[in-house]
Design a protein around this ligand. Structure first.
Ligand code: PGA
Length: 247
């Protein structure tokens, strides 16, 4: 089946706190380089960003603070990412929300700073297992979008990039079923379009070569954010190829 929407697919690799696969094999870089038919973006550790850029990979930061500089030991700013030649930045990944206490307001401030520095924010939202089991998925996602939508009311952007990542599907091997993914993406798109903003919505959570095609085929899905399977150049290539085959 072909992907019917005219939105361009984006296949993103989130390497998290793992060594760059490019370190173990030079030939690996081909797996992560830009493609003609789909957008490919890699989120390496900060230390691996320069090397990736040197090899021609389009990169993003896994997080960054909204402030430009200051007494924030261990942190890095949007401004610094931009200076380093980075193009994208993840805002509000669930691991940042959970392990670093990032709130919806913090995430909105990061998005604003990213836009100020001409970085493209990829904003992650998604409900926890507890919320999912108590039927609160939509409510939680709506709350997560709230501060972001207020920002969009004040500041016009053409397109918002979002990743819907149910927390219970991240790194667990469980993926949301395609019906749920399509309905959640539809709901998110409806909320964002009320602000007259186009959106590309990626799905994330245990995406792998075996399930990439059926997810990418969904009209409501504009790409995938891949953690574990993106560390294996062959797996990531298969996922990109799935995107190319349905694009
Ligand atoms: P996963 O991670 O593919 O390993 O589930 C996705 C993510 O956290 O972005």
């Amino acid at each position: 089946m072909m992907h019917m929407s005219d939105r361009r697919l984006l296949i993103a690799a989130n390497w998290k706190m793992n060594a760059s696969p490019l370190r173990s094999a030079d030939t690996a870089s081909a797996a992560y380089l830009p493609r003609e038919q789909v957008d490919v973006v890699v989120f390496p550790s900060f230390l691996d960003i320069a090397e990736c850029i040197k090899m021609g990979v389009v990169t993003g930061g896994q997080t960054a603070r909204a402030e430009d500089n200051g007494a924030y030991t261990g942190d890095i700013s949007m401004h610094m990412l931009r200076d380093a030649g980075v193009r994208y930045v993840l805002c509000g990944h669930s691991e940042r929300r959970k392990l670093h206490g990032e709130t919806n307001d913090d995430v909105a401030a990061e998005v604003e700073a990213a836009l100020d520095h001409e970085l493209i924010p990829l904003v992650c939202i998604g409900e926890s297992e507890k919320d999912y089991e108590s039927g609160k998925s939509e409510q939680v996602v709506e709350q997560q979008l709230d501060a972001l939508l207020s920002l969009l009311r004040e500041r016009h952007i053409d397109e918002l990039l979002l990743a819907y990542e149910p927390v219970w599907a991240i790194g667990t091997g469980k993926t949301a079923d395609t019906k749920k993914i399509a309905s959640m993406h539809g709901k998110i798109r409806m909320l964002v379009s009320k602000q007259n903003v186009e959106t590309r919505i990626l799905y994330g959570g245990s995406v792998k070569p075996e399930n990439a095609k059926e997810i990418l085929e969904l009209d409501e899905v504009d790409g995938v954010l891949v953690g574990g399977a993106s560390l294996e150049p062959d797996s990531f290539t298969s996922i990109i190829d799935a995107g190319v085959s349905v694009h």
